[in-house]
Structure formats: structure tokens, C-alpha cells
Ligand binder design. Structure first.
Ligand code: GLU
Ligand code: MG
Length: 450
């Protein structure tokens, strides 16, 4: 007789679920997967399924970088599914999804696991009485491939246009239905500025929930778009002449139940601890960029005047400031921060692990917050607004030099992330922008179109 299913798994079986796709996101930002039958899900939670550590030596095109410290044939890990996050992948198809974390065969957590790193930082913040809530905004291009394989917008219509919404209303209906069926809470959906571009703002949650939600939502969007015969691109720059896709991160903080980014007499009503968090994030931005913008192509998106905010400044409601404070006003909404530089090639677990570590360090040891910048930082006198790193090599050097992030990730994970950044720099060396944009045009379709 087979073992009885746990209650949550039995409930999924009753809904016709037969298979579970268990994902984790590697250093290159690609979601990787193993599938188990639903009847084996409880074992996938308790014991896990095999995954070689070499998968973190994959480059963004899926090739193993031979110079990466993890490019070794030995060792094995167990990917354990998180049962609390088990959710539908696609209605009516028998597929469910769950995020996983990798463990050593001894049962110890694997120090290189990205989701585990995010969980550890979440626990540390909680121990300090602080709760960070996060939510991603996703932008993507809905496209078909032209004769050269380059993305061509699949839907006409203008920026934020009701014309584009109505042209694609069947797509929008199916997409919003699919998100609801998958249990992905969202706040807002719209046609974005770029031709054929759409945006979805996900509801905030704990850092783990926010990162899981992003991974899940991208899979649902990718699947649904394919069903319409189109493809979606989450590439930071699907082609050089098109608008980029951002993955802006919204953050709010509470300490002992009280909102931290408001109620003070700092600019925008910032409290002293809120200002300390902002100052720490601002100071660590060059290093954070290596995680938030991990592709060479990411830096083609980060151009002044494109609302991707490539300056190391903060501002109140300023969309060209890397950190935008949205202050609390009369409408009762709590103040929050938007980190605009993040793109969707980033591993969201790593970004949120780092952001939490920086926030906690800021609260522990406050440093002065510079004045906010209003208007376009690119128009300020030379030197008044520091440009953020303009290449991955530059951001990676800042990441390598960050004692704070080295300590937060631990020596092993920090070093292996630097290896992955170097692998991306090597992958792109000697290739021009047009060639690279074409190679990554369909991200996260690893390796592009055949
Ligand atoms: N597409 C822009 C980016 O690359 C963002 C536009 C907006 O502000 O929503 O981040
Ligand atoms: Mg947008």
C-alpha cells in the first residue's frame, strides 16, 4: 500500500494536480527545475531531489564556465520543496509548482543556496524586531520572432494605451485568469511605455514570498504567452533600439509594528531609522548592482533618461533616482521605497538577501543621508550626481570589495557569486552590443531561440 498523502498534497490531488515543478534560481538568474509526481511531493519536501552544485557555474547562456569554482563534476545536493508555497502552475493541466532550497546530503542547509540566504537574512531582521515587506514590478515584451530571430512586438497600441489593452484583451483576460488560478496576488496591470510591453505589479509580502511570487509569475506569464503563439522577453534590453524591461523592487519596513520610513522630521517625513536604511542602501548601491543587474546587457538598459535610474542618488517621488521615496500622505498608505535599477535577469532571492543585510547594517550603524535630488540627475552640474557602475565588471569590483555583503553571504557564496560575474564578463568579452542584445533577446529563454 502506498503512503497516505499529507493533507495539503491530498487537496491538490483532489484538484487534479499530478505533477509538481520544483524550481530554484541559479547564480545566473535562470530558474532551474526538477519535476516529481504529486504522490512523491512529500518525499521531495522531506528528503529532496538530486541537484549537482555545478548548476551555479552555468552562464546566462547555459554553458558551464570552466574557470568557475563550482565547475566540478563531484558532489551532490538535495533540492527540497517548500510545501508552504505549493501552488498551481496552470489551471486544468495537472501541473503545480513549488520553490525549493538545496541541502547537503547530511541534511545541513547548503551555504551556497540563494533562497536559504534570503531566509537567513529574513530571520536576522525579524530577530531585530524588523519586518521588511517587498514586491516586484515586472515588465515584459510580448513578441514574435522576425526572420533573424529578433523580437517584434506582437500587439499594436500606444504607451499605457487602452488601444493596446483592447487589441490584446483576450491575452489580458487569459493572463489575469491564470494569475488568479495560480494564487498570485497582484496590484496593477497595464500596457507599458515600449511597443508590445506590459507590466504587472505584484502584491507585497515577506522577502521570500516576494521572490517566490516573481519566479512563479514569470513562469505563468511565459506559459500563457506561448499559448497565444507569442513569446515574452524579460530581457533588460530586448534590442538596443527598444525600451528596457525593469524589475523594480518596492520595499517598506516596520519595527515593532510601526512603519519605519515615515513619522520623522527628515526630508519626505523620514524617521531617523528610515534615513539610516536609505543611507546604507545608497552607499551599497554600486555593490548591489552586481546582483540587481547581472547581465552585460543590463548596463545598456541603465542609461540616463530611460527611467531606469542609473545615478547613486535618492529622491522624493523622483523616477530618475535609483532610490525613490514614496512618502506617506493623506491617503493612509505607508511610505515605501522603490529600487528602480533591478532588472529581471536578477536572482530575486540574492537581491533581497543583500537588501535585507544592508538594511540591518544601516539600522545598526547609521551614517548620514545625503540630501534628496529633485529633477533629472543627468542635468545636474558634473560630479553632483554620481553615475552608478556602467558595466558589470565595475559593479562586480564593488561587490567584491563590499565587506558587508561578504559577511552577509559568507565567504563561499560571496566568492562563487564573483566567479559568476566574471563568467558573464568573459562570455561577453569581444562581442559588440548588437550581438549581445540578440543573444539575450529572449531572456529567460536560456540560449535564445534555435
Ligand atoms: N522600462 C523602464 C525600466 O527599464 C521603467 C519604466 C517605468 O518607470 O515604469 O526600468
Ligand atoms: Mg514600468
Amino acid at each position: 500500500m502506498s503512503k497516505p498523502l499529507s493533507a495539503p498534497v491530498a487537496a491538490f490531488a483532489d484538484q487534479g494536480i499530478r505533477w509538481v515543478a520544483i524550481t530554484w534560481v541559479n547564480h545566473a538568474g535562470a530558474p532551474l527545475v526538477k519535476v516529481v509526481p504529486l504522490s512523491a511531493f512529500d518525499a521531495a519536501v522531506a528528503v529532496g531531489v538530486g541537484f549537482s552544485p555545478v548548476s551555479d557555474a552555468f552562464r546566462a547562456d547555459g554553458a558551464i564556465d570552466p574557470a568557475h569554482g563550482l565547475a566540478r563534476p563531484d558532489g551532490d545536493l538535495r533540492l527540497r520543496a517548500d510545501p508552504a508555497a505549493l501552488a498551481l502552475l496552470e489551471l486544468g493541466s495537472g501541473w503545480a509548482w513549488a520553490p525549493g532550497e538545496r541541502f547537503e546530503r547530511s541534511g545541513e542547509p547548503y551555504v551556497g543556496d540563494q533562497r536559504h540566504g534570503c531566509r537567513r537574512q529574513q530571520e536576522q531582521l525579524q530577530q531585530a524586531g524588523v519586518e521588511l515587506r517587498a514586491g516586484f514590478e515586472l515588465e515584459w515584451l510580448v513578441a514574435t520572432a522576425d526572420a533573424e530571430g529578433a523580437p517584434q512586438p506582437a500587439l499594436p497600441g500606444g504607451p499605457y494605451g487602452a488601444d493596446r489593452l483592447v487589441e490584446g484583451l483576450d491575452y489580458a483576460t487569459a493572463l489575469l485568469d491564470a494569475l488568479e488560478a495560480a494564487g498570485i496576488p497582484w496590484l496593477q496591470f497595464h500596457p507599458e511605455y515600449g511597443a508590445g510591453q506590459f507590466e504587472l505589479s505584484l502584491a507585497p509580502g515577506t522577502p521570500l514570498e516576494a521572490a517566490d511570487r516573481l519566479v512563479h509569475a514569470r513562469l505563468v506569464i511565459q506559459r500563457l504567452t506561448r499559448r497565444f503563439g507569442w513569446r515574452c522577453s524579460f530581457s533588460p534590453k530586448p534590442s538596443l533600439e527598444r525600451v528596457g524591461n525593469g524589475g523594480h523592487l518596492h520595499l517598506s519596513l516596520q519595527r515593532d509594528g510601526l512603519p519605519l520610513l515615515q513619522g520623522g522630521d527628515g526630508p519626505g517625513g523620514l524617521s531617523d531609522p528610515g534615513a539610516a536604511v536609505l543611507a546604507a542602501l545608497l552607499a551599497e548601491l554600486p555593490a548591489l548592482l552586481a546582483l540587481a543587474c547581472p547581465l552585460t546587457m543590463s548596463y545598456r538598459r541603465l542609461a540616463p533618461g530611460s527611467w531606469s535610474a542609473p545615478f547613486q542618488v535618492w529622491g522624493i517621488e523622483n523616477r530618475e533616482a535609483a532610490l525613490r521615496l514614496v512618502p506617506a500622505l493623506g491617503d493612509g498608505a505607508a511610505a515605501h521605497l522603490e529600487l528602480k535599477v533591478v532588472d529581471l535577469a536578477a536572482n530575486p532571492y540574492l537581491v533581497l538577501a543583500a537588501v535585507q543585510a544592508v538594511a540591518l547594517a544601516g539600522l545598526d550603524e547609521a551614517r548620514p543621508l545625503p540630501l534628496p535630488v529633485s529633477g533629472d540627475p543627468a542635468q545636474l552640474p558634473a560630479g553632483a550626481a554620481l553615475r552608478l557602475p556602467a558595466s558589470l565588471a565595475e559593479a562586480s569590483a564593488a561587490f567584491a570589495a563590499s565587506a558587508l555583503l561578504r559577511q552577509a553571504f559568507g565567504e563561499e557564496l560571496h566568492t562563487s557569486l564573483i566567479d559568476s560575474q566574471a563568467a558573464e564578463v568573459r562570455r561577453c568579452a569581444g562581442r559588440d552590443d548588437a550581438e549581445l542584445a540578440a543573444a539575450d533577446a529572449w531572456w529567460p529563454l536560456v540560449g535564445g531561440l534555435p
